[in-house]
Design a protein around this ligand. Structure first.
Ligand code: 13P
Length: 235
């Protein structure tokens, strides 16, 4: 059975003053699911007990002359057990391509982290009817050999639904997740991400092949994130 995961991606948000929200999330996290926060690397070591934590990306090397980068081993050393790889914002802002995402995913594994590998189509690709082909190619290009339900989670994040308030419809999510399930096997967790809020979470979690969510904006506050985690736990 896939693990149920309510994951928050804080992106480039969060000073130490935000640790109170993380504590409130840890204290209110429902049992029976993984509640996970991926804060900026600067906050990882200060995150409270009672939560799983993850990085948002990693360098592919363990150490070296790479000013400003953070390795998967450093994330693990700071307490992380997960690392997001291939987020569309990394692809857009830093030119990360499928081969880079594959290498980062292998680096995450090397450090003992579970990779949360993100894939997603643009609006243009969806409107051209290419969604399933694009996603299948991204997965083929970025999921390393040796992926298992223990070391990898796949997150479907349509680029047009991220931070836009436009959540994919249950039919759109179901179509993609059913296709992904056929590609990755029965046990790997499949998360949906893109404008997930308390108000739409339950409808998404009802879908058979959705095992949780990767939440951006609504993960910054306990009052917004805990109802999403609760909706997942209640499914
Ligand atoms: P939003 O929930 O803010 O749309 O962000 C989704 C996301 O990119 C999570 O990784």
């Amino acid at each position: 059975m896939p693990k149920k995961i309510a994951a928050g991606n804080w992106k480039m948000n969060g000073l130490r003053a935000a640790l109170g929200e993380a504590r409130a999330i840890a204290e209110g996290a429902p049992s029976g699911i993984v509640t996970l926060l991926c804060p900026p690397a600067t906050l990882l070591a200060a995150m409270p007990e009672g939560l799983a934590t993850g990085g948002q990306c990693c360098h592919t090397n363990e150490t070296g002359a790479h000013t400003g980068d953070v390795s998967a081993e450093m994330l693990a050393d700071a307490g992380a057990t997960y690392c997001i790889t291939g987020h569309s914002e990394r692809r857009a802002d830093h030119g990360e391509r499928d081969a880079d995402v594959l290498a980062q995913t292998e680096a995450a594994w090397r450090a003992g982290l579970t990779a949360i590998l993100c894939i997603g189509e643009t609006l243009e690709q969806r409107e051209a009817g290419r969604t399933l082909d694009v996603l299948s190619a991204q997965l083929a290009g970025s999921l390393p050999e040796g992926a298992t339900a223990e070391n990898t989670v796949v997150a479907y994040e349509p680029v047009w639904a991220i931070g836009t308030g436009k959540v994919a419809s249950p039919e759109q999510v179901a179509e993609v997740h059913d296709a992904l399930r056929a590609q990755v096997g029965p046990d790997m967790s499949l998360l949906y991400g893109g404008s997930v809020k308390a108000a739409n979470a339950a409808d998404i979690f009802e879908l058979g092949n959705v095992d949780g969510a990767l939440v951006g904006g609504a993960s910054l506050r306990a009052a917004d994130f805990l109802p999403i985690a609760e909706a997942l736990a209640a499914r």
